[in-house]
Design a protein around this ligand. Structure first.
Ligand SMILES: [Zn+2]
Length: 220
């Protein structure tokens, strides 16, 4: 089986999305790239994560052609391949419908960084891309323009997307986005607009987080 380890990581990440209630049913999608081979492992379209095995993860090339696998890749494949084309630093991409972050998506509002751990993980306010029909090249283009060199974006009237060097890091960013969205909403319930962590502080926390990750990865 091609990319056996990467397929397993993609599967485990997709299952975590469901267990953590960041998606329902077959929603959302996860991918990771093997840069040396130029191949991408991606969740299949409309498949249930509870019964999925690593064998069900589809392997495609960077032109969206199926290399190995019996299922069509996710409808959001153009978004994933554009990430890998534009961002050589990215090794994994996750899209999901995290409930609190989806409130910001519905309201077309960016998610502020109001918690230090999330700020360290994300490094910037989470910008919002305008609504466009998903699965299209135009949608992918607008999302990449919105996220720039950042690690996450809100997808207007849809959900969120995050990227990272590997599925574990991208997943941490998804969780951080949801934590910040929830904390912002809860603070509003208390009648308070949570003050955002200043950009410079968020950037330095993020740099510390990246350095710590690199050290951990080097020790592994
Ligand atoms: Zn979606």
């Amino acid at each position: 089986m091609l990319l056996a380890e990467l397929r397993q990581q993609v599967l485990e990440t997709a299952r975590k999305l469901m267990v953590d209630q960041l998606v329902h049913g077959s929603q959302g999608n996860v991918s990771a790239i093997d840069r040396e081979r130029g191949l991408i492992a991606i969740t299949p379209s409309a498949s249930d994560y509870t019964t999925m095995t690593a064998d069900d993860i589809t392997v495609i090339d960077q032109h969206e052609q199926i290399i190995e696998g019996r299922w069509r890749p996710s409808i959001e494949t153009p978004l994933h391949t554009l990430f890998y084309q534009r961002r050589p630093d990215v090794g994994a991409v996750i899209h999901c419908h995290a409930p609190y972050a989806s409130g910001f998506a519905a309201a077309l509002r960016p998610i502020p960084l109001v918690l230090s751990e999330g700020a360290a993980c994300i490094g910037h306010e989470v910008p919002v891309a305008p609504f466009l029909p998903s699965g299209t090249a135009e949608f992918a283009q607008v999302v990449l323009e919105t996220i720039g060199q950042g690690s996450a974006a809100v997808l207007g009237q849809h959900g969120i997307v995050a990227c990272g060097v590997d599925p574990r890091r991208a997943y941490s960013t998804i969780v951080a986005v949801e934590d910040n969205a929830r904390a912002t909403i809860f603070a509003r319930l208390l009648g308070v607009e949570a003050p955002p962590i200043p950009d410079k502080v968020a950037q330095s926390l993020h740099q510390w987080w990246l350095d710590r990750y690199r050290r951990t990865a080097a020790d592994a």
